[in-house]
Design a protein around this ligand. Structure first.
Ligand code: SF4
Length: 264
């Protein structure tokens, strides 16, 4: 009979029984202090100071942006909430200027949600083709309009809760419609707002919804929609994705330029 190696003769560990406590690894040592959620006073004070500093910087930034872009408004041409909703769907991966070239004919041909929902798919695709991803966009517009007709009597709803139930409508699109068509404050987080919020040190979040919630306490609610429009305008003109123009940026004294490795 072959001899067992010393390793194989080692005792198997005792199986752990449910409810049986594992003996302490170092008998005699004091048990660890229970975890407490209390924040030490100094840390609490530091957090408060940081929040104050952030709020002061955000107020300064908002003030400068307001003076820079006093007439900021959505560049998407529209006459009502439905047109803005459709134009916003079309603006995905496309310039606003291109969308504005397409929508006059689209809205003249299909003036309301029922008409858009019942449009021939091929004709609709043809009308929006130049905005890119035209098959998906035509499908999304028709699904969204069908839901508006079926569930909201043909009128675009006025609340975030209802808007985000529409097919293809997320918080960004909903905030565009709420802010620019209905005058209900909302922070639109697009790629520019995402980038500027990070560079300005307003939040480390990367998810658009988390960024939206992080920005909300930094500016008065009445300014939410305009604040995001100001950031979008500034992101297009000065704080561009590659090589931001920090040397001519009026926000420079208030900006930590987080993540900026090369600037103009
Ligand atoms: S200073 Fe530079 S990084 Fe900061 S907002 Fe201006 S352009 Fe952007």
């Amino acid at each position: 009979m072959p001899r067992k190696s010393p390793r194989s003769r080692r005792r198997e560990p005792e199986p752990r029984l449910p409810g049986k406590r594992r003996p302490r690894a170092t008998p005699g040592r004091k048990p660890a202090r229970p975890v407490t959620t209390r924040v030490p006073k100094a840390a609490h004070a530091r957090r408060g100071a940081r929040a104050d500093e952030l709020a002061a910087r955000a107020a300064a930034v908002a003030g400068i942006l307001e003076r820079l872009y006093p007439d900021a408004a959505t560049p998407l041409a529209h006459a009502n909430a439905l047109q803005l909703l459709v134009a916003t769907i079309l603006s995905a991966q496309c310039t606003d200027a291109r969308v504005n070239l397409v929508t006059p004919e689209l809205f003249a041909r299909f003036p309301d949600a029922a008409a858009l929902a019942g449009a021939g798919r091929a004709e609709l695709e043809d009308l929006v083709r130049s905005t890119g991803f035209y098959r998906n966009k035509a499908k999304a517009i028709q699904a969204c309009c069908a839901a508006i007709v079926a569930d909201h009597g043909g009128a675009v709803p006025r609340t975030m809760e209802e808007l985000v139930t529409l097919p293809g409508v997320g918080r960004k699109t909903a905030n565009v419609v709420l802010g620019s068509a209905y005058g209900i404050p909302g922070i639109v987080v697009d790629t520019h707002v995402q980038r500027l919020a990070g560079r300005l040190g307003f939040t480390k979040e990367r998810d658009p919804v988390r960024i939206e919630f992080a920005l909300q306490p930094l500016v008065p609610e009445a300014k939410w929609s305009r604040f995001s429009l100001w950031l979008i305008f500034h992101g297009r003109r000065v704080c561009v994705a590659r090589k931001p123009r920090c040397s001519i940026c009026p926000l420079s004294p208030h900006c930590p330029r987080l993540g900026v490795s090369s600037a103009q």
